[in-house]
Design a protein around this ligand. Structure first.
Ligand code: F6R
Length: 587
């Protein structure tokens, strides 16, 4: 949530560089943007409501500076206004700060420093004011150190002080990475922002500060001691974080599922077996994640039951802390997260660690905080996912959970075989005819304000996930139900022509869900059947391959495409849905 990008070094067009970097982070927040630089000893600030993607490359041409910082905002404290946009600055306009996170004690600090000095409604403004306050008696570095020691809550910040040729960044709970280029440095919330300049990074951990000028110096905020860091090379290619031939990241990422399942299951057998041992030894295994990743965990619950005969408990990460009563050193928490930065997941991990419970994570961003703080971590290797709506990461996560379930049952090779077949079938599915058919179904649904989705067994969580996908990118009110629950209330919502999607597989619950679909039809619903075989109850039939227990992996694909095309038909931007951000780093 919120994108931060800063640079210092050899180029004198730092402001333009920052704008271009922020455009690559816009998926993190896009209600307003702002940049700052030290231009001839004065603080230059430009900040506005709106998307950074609309800012032209020539806007800062001719404004020379080799050090600049910018921010793309997802509002938490204070409405979406020019004044509340970042950077925020001290009342003497000497210090500017961009921030991602929430400062919990901002009220108290604001009162202490004098309310009349403040012009915005944000929590962030206390940071430059506090640094400025300490600057009366200290150097910039000490002032930032002192200020960060006062902050409660989560933050990633970058601070700039006029006349000081250095950028200072600090973090606790929100992501920030240092990109190390040739004669230049970058500070960013995520790697794609600087991938075209460097693949070499250094990680800033929680409670650390970094001073960047012609070299970098990492400092432990609590002790003030220097911290040694290693240079790490990231093997992501700049092109993999671009849209390429596609109009939107969402469509590109849906199409990439032709390859991503292969990459997810291509795991080192020894690592998988180490994880299998941890799962087998655990007395009490919990799955947790948020949103789509949470629905993946629910699918995993079914996979473990069906394939491995094993019971696991799922709880959304935001609800997980209450389960601390059941956690023991012998328990295992398995967390699923694309970004590896989700605040609720980090909190669930904190709760588990306090009880001595080990944590296994399935992550896409290997450099992320969750990956680094886990006892075991497996990468899903889906490559950068930039559309706010998660697609390829979700199928890769499901594939990996299914592979682990097979491995727990002593059938790792069988798991690989099943999933390789699924990957091949997804490749066949994603052809132009299939896409065009789904587009035509989307054109019909987009005229409705409500849509309902039903699923059973491992396709029940897919019904919930389908609702998330459709809601978030098309704003159609979609709800997912366990098929058997319909007659206990929700069926009252169905009227003549209401679009209802039924997710069916060739499995032991097929006849039950077909009966539930017929009940919907009897109330006038327009039935869209996603199924391997045609049935007379379907008004529209979206054919999916028969892949047995792995059906969630193929049933979700037409749903992702439906959500995408409904959004397009409604004239919306599926990559940047309103009120959302890709990486949710606040609780
Ligand atoms: C919806 C979506 C979100 C994320 C959720 C968790 O399409 O993408 O629901 O799944 O915010 O994010 P990660 O996986 O990064 O922890």
């Amino acid at each position: 949530m919120c994108g931060i990008f800063g640079t210092i070094g050899k180029r004198d067009n730092a402001l333009s560089l920052v704008v271009e970097g922020l455009k690559k982070l816009e998926y993190r927040g896009y209600d307003s943007w702002g940049v700052t630089a030290d231009v001839d000893g004065e603080l230059f600030i430009d900040k506005h409501v709106g998307k950074i993607s609309t800012v032209g490359t020539s806007r800062f041409e001719g404004i020379k500076s080799n050090m600049a910082v910018g921010h793309s905002r997802w509002a938490t404290h204070g409405g979406v206004t020019d004044i509340n946009a970042h950077p925020h600055f001290s009342h003497d306009r000497k210090v500017a700060v961009v921030h991602n996170g929430i400062i919990e004690n901002y009220h108290e600090i604001r009162e202490e420093l004098g309310r009349d000095k403040f012009i915005s409604e944000t929590d962030t403004e206390v940071i430059p004011q506090l640094i400025s306050h300490y600057l009366k008696t200290m150097e910039f570095k000490e002032a930032v150190l002192e200020a960060t020691r006062r902050l409660k809550g989560r933050y990633a910040i970058v601070a700039l002080h006029v006349g000081d040729h250095q950028l200072i960044a600090a973090r606790r709970g929100s992501p920030l990475i240092v990109g190390v280029g040739n004669g230049e440095y970058f500070l960013a919330s995520d790697i794609p922002a600087f991938l075209e300049y460097t693949q070499d990074v250094m990680y800033l951990n929680d409670n650390e500060m970094v001073v960047v000028n012609d070299h970098v110096e990492f400092i432990n905020i609590e002790t003030g001691e220097l911290v040694e860091k290693r240079l790490i090379n990231i093997d992501w290619k700049a092109e993999s974080a671009e849209k390429g031939e596609y109009d939107h990241y969402m469509l590109k990422e849906i199409m990439e599922q032709k390859d991503t399942i292969h990459r997810a299951i291509n795991q080192d057998s020894e690592e998988i077996m180490e994880i299998v041992k941890a799962i087998q030894a655990a007395r009490g295994c919990f799955f947790s994640g948020c949103g789509t990743a949470g629905k993946v965990c629910m699918v995993g619950e079914y996979f473990f039951s069906i394939v491995a005969d094993r019971h696991v408990n799922y709880a959304p990460a935001s609800e997980f802390p209450i389960y601390h009563h059941f956690l023991k050193p012998e328990s295992l928490l398995v967390v699923v997260s694309q970004s590896g930065e989700t605040a609720d997941v980090l909190e669930a991990m904190e709760v588990a660690k306090k009880k001595g419970t080990k944590v296994l994570s399935l992550i896409n961003v290997g450099s992320s905080t969750i990956a680094r703080q886990s006892d075991y971590s497996l990468l899903i290797n889906a490559g950068p996912e930039k559309a706010v709506a998660s697609t390829k990461a979700a199928t890769s996560q499901m594939a990996l959970l299914l592979l682990i379930a097979y491995a727990v049952n002593g059938e790792l090779q069988e798991g690989r075989r099943v999933l390789a077949e699924v990957a091949g079938k997804i490749n066949d599915m994603l052809n132009p005819r299939f896409l065009n058919y789904i587009k035509s179904v989307a054109e019909a649904i987009q005229k409705h304000e409500n849509a309902y989705i039903i699923g059973k067994a491992q396709n029940y969580p897919i019904a919930l996930e389908a609702a998330i996908k459709i809601q978030e990118v098309s704003y159609v009110h979609a709800e997912g139900f366990a098929a058997g629950e319909l007659k206990h209330g929700p069926i009252a919502l169905v009227t003549e022509g209401t679009p209802c999607i039924s997710l069916i597989a060739n499995d032991e619950v097929k006849d039950d869900i077909l009966n539930n679909t017929i009940e919907l039809k009897a109330r006038g619903a327009h039935i869209i059947g996603i199924a391997p075989e045609k049935h007379e109850v379907f008004d529209d039939w979206i054919k999916v391959p028969d892949v047995g227990v792995a059906s969630p992996l193929v049933n979700i694909i037409p749903i992702q495409l439906l959500a995408y095309y409904i959004s397009i038909c409604r004239g919306l931007d599926p990559d940047m849905p309103r009120n959302l951000a890709k990486s949710v780093t606040v609780k």
